[in-house]
Design a binder for this molecule. Structure first.
Ligand code: G6P
Length: 345
């Protein structure tokens, strides 16, 4: 790597973080008697909660909601709700406020710290064991949050005898995740360096995702804002068609995440063609064996083939690397961006 950046080191630690998160004991408490789950978190952790929401809805078929703790949500928690609080540090004031506002509701937490306020306030707290993350922009702790959310969802599925067919299929695939992360790092890094170079003068960027990967479009935009100070906006590809697409003009850079096998793939590709037809410089994040028109993407950031429901574990990687290399090209303080402070749990 030839680079002393903490952020780059953290990105490349992700295969071993994944190994640890899959190997660690997962002492499941008795399942609370709930008919909905409310995720509440801030920043990157909120994006992990957005993926968690998709997993609770699809893998467990339990109604799940996402709330912005920084904006004072939830304001109300109906009976039979579980509040799921995610926080890398376990100390973020807005998240702790949510825990304190609803003292009697069952609360579960995921944090990278070992003795945090979240541990004190939640009834069940798991630690991501990602190791200390010194770079301000979260990368490996985000991956750890996703993996623990996934493991809890799969354990909940078994404990509650839910028998959701696609969840049973996924159970057999999670052991491959660390290797898939390593393969993706290997196969996508050079393409990320090239895209970062291409975007060297960019002052704006749109990131599009669909379904479970809309969360990753938002997370990619946050990484770019935090490390590159770039005006980047993440949103769902579908929603982008409903007004925002008016901003596209010749050369406007857009990154779209399109994962074959998803219910939204064909629609996302159709939307990508439309964006391209208005002159966008279109970068695709897709799997290595995806099939699409040769002239659709101006550049491709490949990930290894993976089930769509697991794909956020991989689609975030090229976005982390593009943010890192763009910040490096611009000579920015990658590990300690301006205006930001970070609690380490
Ligand atoms: C800060 C950081 C974000 C981070 C958020 C939540 O504002 O700038 O990068 O995601 O807090 O932090 P937490 O420790 O609760 O995950």
């Amino acid at each position: 790597m030839g680079d002393s950046s903490q952020m780059l080191a953290n990105i490349f630690e992700q295969p071993s973080v994944a190994e640890r998160c899959l190997a660690m004991d997962l002492p499941m408490p008795p399942l609370p008697d709930v008919d909905r789950v409310i995720f509440s978190a801030c920043g990157t952790s909120r994006h992990a909660g957005m993926v968690g929401r998709s997993w609770w809805q699809t893998l467990l078929q339990i109604p799940a909601h996402l709330e912005d703790a920084a904006d004072g949500y939830p304001v109300q928690v109906p009976p039979k709700s579980l509040i799921y609080l995610l926080s890398q540090s376990g100390q973020t004031r807005d998240v702790i406020d949510v825990a304190q506002r609803f003292p009697t509701a069952p609360k579960w937490g995921i944090t990278n710290g070992s003795k945090t306020r979240l541990h004190e306030l939640a009834s069940y707290t798991l630690q991501t064991h990602a190791g200390e993350e010194k770079a301000v922009a979260a990368t490996k702790t985000f991956l750890g949050q996703l993996l623990l959310l996934l493991r809890v969802a799969l354990a909940w599925h078994d404990r509650a005898n839910r028998n959701v067919p696609q969840t049973i299929v996924l159970q057999s695939k999670i052991a491959q995740i660390p290797q898939q992360i390593q393969t993706t790092l290997n196969q996508t890094e050079v393409a990320c360096q090239q895209v970062a170079q291409k975007l060297v003068a960019a002052d704006r960027l749109i990131l599009l995702g669909s379904g479970i990967n809309t969360a990753i479009a938002l997370e990619g935009a946050l990484k770019l804002k935090e490390t590159v100070y770039l005006h980047a906006e993440g949103l769902s590809s579908g929603d982008f068609m409903h007004g925002p697409i008016a901003i596209i003009e010749s050369g406007f850079p857009v990154i779209t995440i399109a994962i074959p096998g998803s219910a939204t793939y064909d629609k996302t590709i159709t939307e990508a063609k439309r964006v391209k037809s208005y002159g966008a410089y279109l970068i695709g994040i897709t799997t290595e064996s995806a099939v699409y028109d040769a002239d659709l993407f101006d550049a491709v950031l490949p990930i290894t083939d993976i089930d769509e429901l697991l794909s956020p574990l991989l689609t975030v990687i090229p976005l982390q690397l593009v943010a890192y290399y763009m910040a490096k090209n611009r000579g920015l303080a990658i590990d300690a961006p301006r205006n930001l402070t970070k609690f380490i749990g």
